[in-house]
Design a protein around this ligand. Structure first.
Ligand code: HEC
Ligand code: HEC
Ligand code: HEC
Ligand code: HEC
Ligand code: HEC
Length: 304
């Protein structure tokens, strides 16, 4: 009996099987990268907001601090979006006729809040909390990028699981002194710009009990050093750099209150000099009691 299929068609069948396999794999890869593409994650997109609010203008231009509007970021899981009243503090007097601000005035008049479109939005099954990140030395810019340079808000990072895990497996590269969390320009210490840190406080090392200064405490005027240690240097503007100039606000604030009357604070003797982010990060890991990578990357941390 003659073969219905000859040898060559057998080869053809095998080839088409392989081909189908390849197409399936290619589709899988395509779907996977689609899922991670900015088109799906909305990374970098600027949604059409009811009012074209500019962080660049209000933060860099006017010098407003993040906490002025995002009031709950240090003490709750949510940073919060400011109510219309916050805008009206100024816009009842400034730019009162601007068409751009009509929705703000409308909202103020009717009492209906402005319908901002969320730029960052994790799925409900993920647990996230601002408070713990901010109080353990992760700055806004580590997750949100240079907000002070954004005319319109966009999402700098994907917020996908891998991105969270990447830091949870190795937080040291991102840890900074808590006084620096609003500093949009923070870049760890280097040999040219070293940092001296010490633990203060009587109840053992905590995140708030770490003080870092940008000039050698050994050569500092002891009174300034005490003040600096007491106030935590650089607790000022976002964008403030860790230059010796950042002592300025301390000196001016000392004006109303005589320096000699300030209760004497014990100078911490345990200053350590840091010239690299990684060394600082490992030091802060210990001081802040950051859990180890295994614990921080376990599923229950984010899926409860
Ligand atoms: C004058 C008030 C004001 C100040 C100051 C301010 N913001 Fe905002 N922020 C807003 C408003 C209003 C929105 C919502 C509109 C938008 O997304 O642009 C917002 C949105 C955001 C969002 C995105 C929220 C979302 O939808 O996911 C982030 C992140 C953010 N701000 C971070 C910061 C940081 C970091 C700073 C300090 C460098 C800061 N903001 C300072 C008013 C402010
Ligand atoms: C501390 C005062 C202050 C607060 C608070 C404030 N603004 Fe403004 N805003 C200004 C000033 C000043 C300008 C004009 C800046 C200029 O033209 O130099 C401005 C400009 C604007 C503009 C015009 C576009 C631009 O950025 O130049 C918009 C829109 C705006 N603000 C929206 C808002 C919204 C929405 C809020 C509340 C979340 C808000 N502002 C809170 C002071 C403020
Ligand atoms: C560890 C990363 C991380 C840090 C640090 C961080 N954020 Fe966020 N932020 C997020 C994520 C993730 C969301 C989305 C939360 C959600 O959808 O539930 C978010 C959302 C927001 C929102 C939208 C409103 C809200 O409360 O969800 C604002 C405003 C905001 N962040 C401001 C800030 C400011 C200001 C800082 C610095 C003081 C900061 N964030 C630090 C990751 C971070
Ligand atoms: C840049 C670094 C960084 C990024 C990015 C980051 N985290 Fe964290 N996260 C930390 C650090 C540091 C801690 C504090 C750990 C500790 O105290 O042991 C923390 C703690 C947490 C906790 C607290 C757990 C608890 O038991 O209280 C949760 C939940 C969490 N992160 C969720 C997330 C999620 C979800 C994302 C992504 C959307 C994320 N984190 C992104 C650094 C980061
Ligand atoms: C640091 C926080 C964090 C930890 C730890 C974590 N996840 Fe997630 N997970 C997320 C975030 C954020 C998303 C949402 C991603 C998105 O929006 O696409 C997510 C999404 C998921 C999804 C939905 C499908 C997907 O991939 O988008 C599954 C399933 C999941 N996680 C399983 C796990 C398992 C299993 C573990 C433990 C091995 C784990 N996660 C640990 C943050 C975390």
């Amino acid at each position: 009996m003659a073969q219905v299929f000859d040898r060559s068609s057998n080869a053809l069948a095998r080839a088409s099987l392989v081909l189908t396999g390849l197409i399936v794999i290619a589709l899988g890869v395509a779907l996977n990268s689609l899922q991670r593409s900015p088109w799906v994650t909305r990374q970098g997109q600027r949604p059409d907001q009811p009012v074209p609010f500019s962080h660049k203008h209000h933060v860099t231009g006017l010098g407003l601090q993040c906490q002025y509007c995002h009031t709950s970021v240090e003490k709750s899981s949510y940073a919060g979006i400011p109510p219309t009243k916050t805008c009206m503090n100024c816009h009842s007097q400034i730019w009162t006729n601007a068409q751009l601000l009509e929705p703000v005035r409308q909202s103020w008049a009717t009492g209906q809040s402005i319908q901002w479109i969320k730029v960052h939005d994790l799925p409900d099954y993920v647990y996230f909390n601002h408070e713990i990140h901010v109080n353990k030395g992760i700055g806004c810019s580590s997750c949100h990028g240079r907000v002070d340079e954004m005319p319109l808000m966009y999402m700098q990072n994907s917020l996908q699981m891998e991105w969270c895990l990447n830091c949870h497996r190795n937080p040291a590269v991102n840890l900074r002194p808590t006084a620096q969390i609003y500093n949009m320009a923070w870049a760890g210490p280097t040999t040219d710009r070293p940092l001296w840190c010490a633990t203060t406080g009587s109840d053992g090392p905590t995140a708030q009990g770490v003080t870092c200064v940008s000039s050698d405490p050994a050569t500092m005027n002891p009174q300034i050093a005490q003040l600096t240690a007491a106030q935590g240097i650089g607790k000022q503007q976002s964008g403030a750099s860790l230059q010796p100039g950042s002592l300025q606000p301390l000196e001016s604030s000392a004006g109303d209150e005589d320096v000699t009357n300030t209760p004497v604070i014990e100078m911490p003797a345990n200053y350590v000099k840091f010239t690299s982010q990684i060394d600082l990060g490992h030091y802060l890991m210990k001081q802040y009691h950051i859990r180890d990578a295994n614990q921080l990357a376990s599923c229950e941390v984010c899926h409860r």
